[in-house]
Design a binder for this molecule. Structure first.
Ligand code: SPV
Ligand code: MG
Length: 432
């Protein structure tokens, strides 16, 4: 009996999968690999079923002789253990990351004369509908909201990118980079007060009101499925904050981060160059407590952001605040710095981790930009937020284009750097 192997990274079985199984069964005894959740989310849709639920789902299918767990996107380990005569795969090699996987499979099989059998990928109207339904499920408020907590358990660091519109949301949702035997995509999105305000041509001083901020969230939510972390500035008056918490929860936002400042808030990157007042520990702890009491679901997170390093109040103050805010019920701590050198951030993280092993820690490496996610994670950081890079990338590109058109009184000189609309609209899903 010949040994046949195929890997499923899906949480729903449709006729396309059954067809692959049927074809595989004609070649020999079929072992199906189930890709783990943590690997699946590197390049695929977020699973709505856990690894073990997916194992069970496949075990019950006709024609499946054995189910194993595939621990990496690449097939090395599984091929070493099973030495299948055939690996069966759909011919959807143009999907992100797939060419790398095909190369890996072919190299492994070549070593002992195994064969790759490609099955035409089925993508009819029924499957398209299932595909859309799965995306809808991921976008539902309950599911999206809970996803940040799930990610914190699944990945070493939650990679979060700033978005301020439907289009930037799509970039966060769909960008996948494959290479070096793995693939990667962003885990979550940050709705920055700075970028949301700047996009509207307004200063970052809590001038753009919540109704308007919620519209940005809605624009992003309508076209994406990834979890959202909302920049709630100071959270406003405690009496208002409790309403904000309820609204965000209802919308399906996963977390709000509020900073311990009061009065006229200025952006932290100004530091002490602008008049800014830090809130007292007591007041801010009261706000956190009120928010936690107002919250109805277990999934939503209120993360306290500490501005002591920004406002040069010292490390001891930052650490004391972190402890007090955790005691008040904060579900996470964000520590911010505007130094280019990450030393103070890393010191805070190390010392915070000595006093608190579990509370999620958030860092925003805008100024200390050379540090990697891995280095931050090694110091106990769980969420890394790239807080403004998409907007900052767009502004110079738009400015240069405007200047060129004005200078040459035509488009040609600007055109070479512009993406054809035909390419842009490939990101936009059509529902009919
Ligand atoms: C934002 O993105 O709006 C932030 C982060 O609050 S920072 O601009 O660095 O203060
Ligand atoms: Mg902000």
């Amino acid at each position: 009996m010949q040994k046949v192997y195929l890997c499923f990274c899906t949480d729903i079985i449709h006729e396309g999968h059954l067809n692959i199984l049927h074809e595989a069964g004609r070649l020999g005894s079929v072992t199906v690999g189930i890709l783990t959740d943590s690997e699946m989310i590197k390049y695929n849709r977020f699973p709505t079923k856990s690894t073990m639920e997916r194992v069970k789902m496949v075990e019950e299918l006709p024609g499946v002789d054995c189910v194993v767990i595939q621990k990496t996107i690449m097939y090395d380990e599984v091929v070493k253990e099973l030495r299948p005569d055939y690996i069966v795969h759909g011919n959807n090699w143009s999907d992100p990351g797939m060419d790398m996987i095909k190369k890996n499979i072919l190299e492994l099989l070549e070593k002992y004369g195994g064969k790759l059998v490609e099955i035409p990928y089925t993508y009819n109207q029924t499957i398209q509908k299932i595909d859309r339904q799965m995306n809808e499920k991921l976008a539902m408020p309950e599911f999206r909201r809970a996803r940040l907590r799930r990610l914190l358990e699944l990945v070493p660091v939650v990679k979060t990118i700033e978005v301020h519109s439907g289009l930037t949301g799509l970039i966060a949702e769909k960008t996948v980079v494959a290479g070096n035997g793995t693939a990667d995509q962003f885990d979550a999105m940050w709705i920055s007060s700075l970028c949301d305000s700047t996009e509207k041509g307004k200063p970052d001083i809590e001038l753009v009101d919540m109704t308007s901020r919620f519209r940005t969230i809605n624009d992003v939510m309508e076209v994406t499925t990834k979890p959202i972390i909302f920049d709630g500035d100071t959270g406003g008056l405690t009496e208002h904050f409790v309403y904000t918490v309820r609204s965000l929860e209802r919308m399906g936002v996963s977390a709000i981060i509020i900073e311990d400042k009061m009065g006229l808030k200025r952006n932290s990157l100004f530091g002490t160059g602008a008049q800014q007042t830090q809130d007292s520990i007591e007041n801010f702890a009261k706000k956190i407590r009120a928010g936690k009491q107002a919250q109805l679901s277990d999934d939503f997170m209120i993360i306290a952001r500490i501005e002591s390093l920004i406002l040069e109040q010292g490390m001891e103050d930052a650490l004391a605040r972190a402890a007090a805010f955790c005691d008040a019920g904060a579900d996470g701590i964000m520590i911010h710095s505007r130094k280019k050198d990450p030393t103070e951030i890393l010191e805070f993280c190390d010392r915070f981790r000595m006093q608190d092993k579990k509370t999620p820690l958030v860092a925003v490496p805008t100024s200390f930009h050379s540090i990697t996610e891995g280095e931050l994670a090694a110091h106990g950081v769980n969420i890394v937020i790239y807080a403004n890079q998409l907007l900052r990338a767009a502004v110079p590109a738009m400015k240069e284009t405007a200047e060129k058109i004005l200078k040459y009184h035509r488009v040609q000189e600007a055109d070479e750097k512009l993406m054809p609309f035909g390419e842009i609209i490939t990101m936009i899903d059509e529902l009919w």
